[in-house]
Design a protein around this ligand. Structure first.
Ligand code: URA
Ligand code: CA
Length: 433
């Protein structure tokens, strides 16, 4: 096989065979195929697309490029959840203890923040002492003993995706649905998932801003799941405003605790129940969605899910007392309110801008090697549709640096206030299975 011929074939819009795709991915991972040739192929894919069989073959070729977690020592159906990324998306912190409190094992690998979006691993590390770098045997032991573990990737999973993702990042080929879908699904499958619940975000704060594109991505991933025999459900959910009120690592841990106490924001609570009920359904724990939803609601009310968070924190070396005393979480020195100047309704929030601003004040990283400040971030006091009076607090900036004039001004401009009451966007646009 010649790489040139495969690039040419894709450029002409033909489908590649499984062997041809594997040849490209294996050769690239091993360093035998240079970046410039794989870049040309990725650009051909960007323009010509791939059919469903090719996308499934690409997914498996990336899975096979590295290790696959063997979760067979964990009894039961292992269901993973993946969010395509958002601002203030605190869901995993709520879901992991909640679903495991229902008796379904949760063996979750999570990532760090990316661009304007936060990551679960950074959030958990805001809990004093919490370790996310579990070795595989410890990870599995914790799931068996506690019912849940959440860790960063240590094994050499999907090295092809790591390499290809970096290449796409610098060759304008990230936003290709076949490439995104195979990238996400390969990581879930290599992580040992039997079933997958996908939370595909849409709106200003998401990577796929347009609903139509998000739906295409969701359908593509569900189709990959079907072909590779992993039960997959995708929810297309709203990211046109931040989820819940908190954005920032310790602030989101606090919000997750409040949600597990049954006092969380309505949107975060509802999304957690919806995603969780689908996880229980795929795991075979319940017969239908409503049964799962009711079961999880009961676990929030009874405090069982919050206790499970305490066990998860304890098992990973963290200070479990944070669930009773939020003041044990890192606190920022300054709390600076951003006030509304006019009267009306909050009509829209520039969510991506707030995500970027949160990175600027230290809640995320500008460069890979940067340290983050777990204490800082934003807490909204208004959400889209709320009435606003002049002088009302729109959001509070939690910062460790007092020089915030520029940030305050940009944060204020992220809120659009209108005289007319806006039409609200649904939290869940569509469910695809
Ligand atoms: N997230 C991923 O994991 N991969 C992509 O290609 C895009 C977003
Ligand atoms: Ca939040």
């Amino acid at each position: 096989m010649r790489v040139y011929d495969l690039i040419y074939k894709k450029r002409q819009g033909e489908a590649l065979t499984r062997e041809e795709i594997k040849f490209l991915i294996d050769g690239y991972t091993a360093g035998d195929i240079p970046d410039y040739q794989l870049s040309a192929w990725a650009m051909a894919v960007f323009f010509q697309g791939m059919n469903e069989e090719e996308i499934a073959d690409l997914t498996m070729a990336m899975v096979e490029s590295g290790d696959m977690l063997d979760l067979s020592p964990i009894k039961g159906v292992k269901v993973d959840k993946h969010s395509s990324g958002g601002v203030g998306d605190t869901t995993t912190l709520v879901l992991a203890p909640l679903v495991s409190a229902a008796g379904v094992p949760v063996a979750k690998l999570s990532g760090r923040g990316l661009g304007h979006t936060g990551g679960t691993i950074d959030k958990l590390e805001a809990i004093p002492g919490f370790r996310t770098d579990l070795a595989l045997n410890e990870f599995i032991e914790n799931v068996n003993e506690v019912g849940v573990a959440v860790a960063g990737q240590t094994a050499d999973l999907t090295p092809a995706d790591k390499k290809l993702y970096s290449l796409r990042d610098v060759t304008a080929t990230v936003d290709s649905i076949p490439l995104i879908a195979s990238s996400i699904m390969s990581k879930k499958i290599a992580g040992g998932a039997d079933g997958i619940v996908l939370d595909v975000k849409t709106g200003d704060g998401a990577f796929m801003e347009e609903l139509e594109e998000a739906e295409k991505l969701a359908r593509t991933m569900v189709e990959i799941g079907k072909r590779l025999e992993r039960k997959t459900i995708a929810l297309i959910t709203d990211m046109s405003q931040p989820l819940g009120y908190a954005i920032g690592n310790a602030l989101e841990v606090r919000e997750a605790i409040q949600t597990l106490q049954g006092n969380g924001p309505a949107d975060l609570t509802e999304l957690s129940l919806q995603l969780g009920a689908n996880m229980l359904l795929i795991a075979g724990r319940v017969g239908d969605f409503q049964e799962g939803y009711n079961l999880l609601e009961g676990l929030l009310q009874s405090g069982a899910a919050l206790e499970q968070l305490g066990r998860l924190i304890q098992a990973q070396g963290g200070e479990a007392a944070v669930i009773e005393d939020e003041r044990r979480l890192p606190q920022a020195r300054y709390n600076v309110p951003v006030l509304a100047g006019e009267e009306g309704y909050l009509a829209a929030i520039k969510t991506k801008e707030l995500g970027l601003l949160s990175v600027e004040i230290g809640a995320g990283r500008a460069r890979k090697e940067d340290a983050i400040d777990p204490a800082v971030g934003f807490v909204l006091e208004k959400k889209v549709g709320d009435r606003v009076q002049p002088g009302d607090t729109l959001l509070v900036i939690h910062a460790n640096n007092g020089d915030l004039e520029g940030i305050k001004e940009r944060a204020r401009k992220a809120f659009l206030i209108t005289a007319e009451k806006p039409v609200l966007t649904p939290l869940i646009h569509k469910i695809i299975n």
